[in-house]
Structure formats: structure tokens, C-alpha cells
Design a protein around this ligand. Structure first.
Ligand code: URC
Length: 318
């Protein structure tokens, strides 16, 4: 049978909750000095969609009697931002999804996703030296923590989380030397020279799933995996490794993430190759300096999911 899509919802619901419960007590890892989030500003760009057979006649007949206006969905989310007592976007979206199902009997499932604004304390001068401000924050543009989740009902009608995936988007990392790419097929289509030392610029989206989805809420902070920690692992591996390709680099980042966080089931990557074009390989005044420019389109990409079985295979090898 062909399944139809039928849902509706609201996008770009911007929520700024101040003085939410701080995230503290996470497990520290060697790659990261990240200790938690003050949540002085918990800022989120949220999308919600509702689904259920009850909405069929709103599409076919124009019968709005069961329609929760998308404007009301936005108000519902904003209201509950003031009710949420936890410390993570993941927990907030799971909480709001369950509240939607509790409030409206005729909804059968709720999908939500969010991107969190990485507000960072601004550094400010004071009598004690330069310190983090408690009230002024810089809004980061890149490297947003994200989550996508899908909630249905159990047989008894209670909210039941069916899927949850966390992510960090838009890491843009450049390593100025120490990356190579060689040994690929050379045939009549090959123009790319082998490189022993390329300025490797990558865009990365990383996403991860937990074995137990509830661990993503931060209620047991020692099991929570912060996007900041995943980002710091990616940076550390890029720094440490003389990568032979982006494929191997993302695999190694994934293995390290899985080793640090055995509570995860998968870590997935989407990478773009934005390697700069070399304009001047040598310049007179500098031993190592070169001149580069942005690459021309098109760009290359890779996608790969690392599983716990990959970690077991790697550990069996060493
Ligand atoms: O890391 C890389 N992987 C590739 O598959 C590839 N292909 C290419 O042209 N450059 C690169 N770089």
C-alpha cells in the first residue's frame, strides 16, 4: 500500500528561555575542557509537526474542527519553555512533545527538531582582570547543537519516544598543513595531482544516537553527550592525525567519539571538502607561507555512520 504524508506544523519557533537549570555534572573527557552550560540563555530555533488520522478531513473537506492552529502550536511551545525544569534542548523537546499528546487526544504523533544558539559569555574587563560576563553573551553563528525527535503513543495512549538523534552542525575546520590525498584511481579522467601536504578545509555535520534515548535529556548528566564535546573530539583528531583522506579522518573521529561515549549507538558524519586552491606554493619572505583562495564549485562530500561494532573491530586490532 502506498503511504501518504499528512502532517502540519510550525517552523522557526524562536525560543529564548533565560535562567534555565544549568547543565552541570557531565563526564569530562581528555579532548575537551567543556564542563557544562550555564543556560543563562537557552536559545532555540524549533520546528514542530503534528500528525494523526483526525486531520484527514481538514485536508479533504476544509473541516477545521480538529485543527490546532499552527499559531497556537507556537504559543504552546513558548508557554512550556517557562514550565520546563530540565537543562537541555533535547529534554525540552521531549517534554513539549509529551505535553502536546497529553493536551490533544486526537494527535497520534509529534515530530520536533531544534537547533540551539550557542550563546557564549562575553569576555569583559573588571578589577579582577578579564572575566566572563554573567549577563552579556555573544551569539555564535556556526556549530549549533541540534536534535530531531519523534514521539507517538503507547498502547495505553501515553507519549512514547520513538526516535531521537542529536547533532552538531556547521563545523568549519581548516588544517593548514599535514594532510595528504594520494593513491586514488588514475585513469583517463584523472586530472587531480596526488598531494602530500594539502590545506584541508572541511565542513562537518555530526549526529549521534543513544542506545537509551532518555540519556539525551541530561537528567543523568554523566550520561549526556554534549555537542561541544563531540566538536572538541573532532578538532583534536584533526589536529593529531596526518589524514590520508576525509573518509579516514571522519572514521577516526567517529571511533574516538564512540570510545569516549559507549552509551551511544551510532555516530554519523556528513562532510564537505572545501580545500583551498593553492595560488602561491612558495613566497620569498616566509619559510612555510603560501597563498590560497577558495575552491571553485563543485565540492566533494562524504557520509558515513560509525557503529559500536567498528570500535570492537578496532580494539581487536590493537
Ligand atoms: O579526502 C578526499 N577524499 C576524496 O574522495 C577526494 N576526492 C577528491 O577529488 N579529493 C578528495 N579528498
Amino acid at each position: 500500500m502506498t503511504e501518504r504524508t499528512m502532517l502540519y506544523g510550525k517552523g522557526d519557533v524562536f525560543v529564548y528561555r533565560t535562567y534555565a537549570t544549568p547543565l552541570t555534572g557531565i563526564a569530562m573527557i581528555p579532548e575537551s575542557d567543556f564542563k557544562g552550560r550555564s543556560n543563562t540563555i537557552l536559545g532555540m530555533d524549533i520546528q514542530v509537526s503534528l500528525a494523526g488520522e483526525a486531520f484527514f478531513t481538514s485536508f479533504t473537506e476544509g473541516d477545521n474542527s480538529k485543527v490546532v492552529a499552527t499559531d497556537s502550536m507556537k504559543n504552546f511551545i513558548l508557554h512550556h519553555a517557562g514550565e520546563y525544569t530540565g537543562s537541555t534542548m533535547e529534554g525540552f523537546l521531549a517534554y513539549v512533545s509529551a505535553q502536546f499528546l497529553k493536551k490533544y487526544d486526537h494527535i497520534s504523533s509529534v515530530d520536533m527538531s531544534g537547533k540551539q544558539f550557542p550563546f557564549e559569555a562575553a569576555m569583559v574587563g573588571s578589577d579582577a582582570g578579564v572575566q566572563e560576563s554573567e549577563t552579556v553573551f555573544r551569539e555564535g553563528v556556526l556549530e549549533k547543537p541540534g536534535v530531531t525527535l519523534s514521539t507517538g503513543r503507547s498502547e495505553s495512549g501515553e507519549a512514547k519516544l520513538n526516535a531521537l538523534e542529536c547533532s552538531v552542525h556547521d563545523l568549519h575546520l581548516i588544517k593548514v598543513k599535514g594532510s595528504s590525498f594520494a593513491g586514488f584511481i588514475r585513469d583517463e579522467y584523472t586530472k587531480l595531482p596526488e598531494t602530500k601536504d594539502r590545506p584541508l578545509f572541511i565542513y562537518l555535520n555530526i549526529s549521534w544516537t543513544y542506545k537509551n534515548m532518555d540519556d539525551a535529556f541530561g537528567d543523568q548528566p554523566e550520561l549526556y553527550v554534549a555537542a561541544e564535546q563531540v566538536k572538541h573530539i573532532a578538532q583534536t583528531l584533526f589536529h593529531q592525525e596526518a589524514s590520508p583522506s576525509i573518509q579516514k579522518l571522519i572514521y577516526d573521529i567517529g571511533i574516538r567519539v564512540m570510545q569516549r561515549f559507549p552509551q551511544l549507538e551510532t555516530v554519523s558524519f556528513e562532510s564537505n571538502n572545501r580545500t583551498w586552491e593553492t595560488i602561491r606554493d612558495e613566497i620569498p619572505a616566509s619559510k612555510e607561507g603560501k597563498v590560497f583562495t577558495d575552491p571553485r564549485p563543485p565540492y566533494g562530500f562524504q557520509k558515513f555512520t560509525v557503529l559500536q561494532e567498528d570500535v570492537r573491530r578496532e580494539e581487536g586490532r590493537s
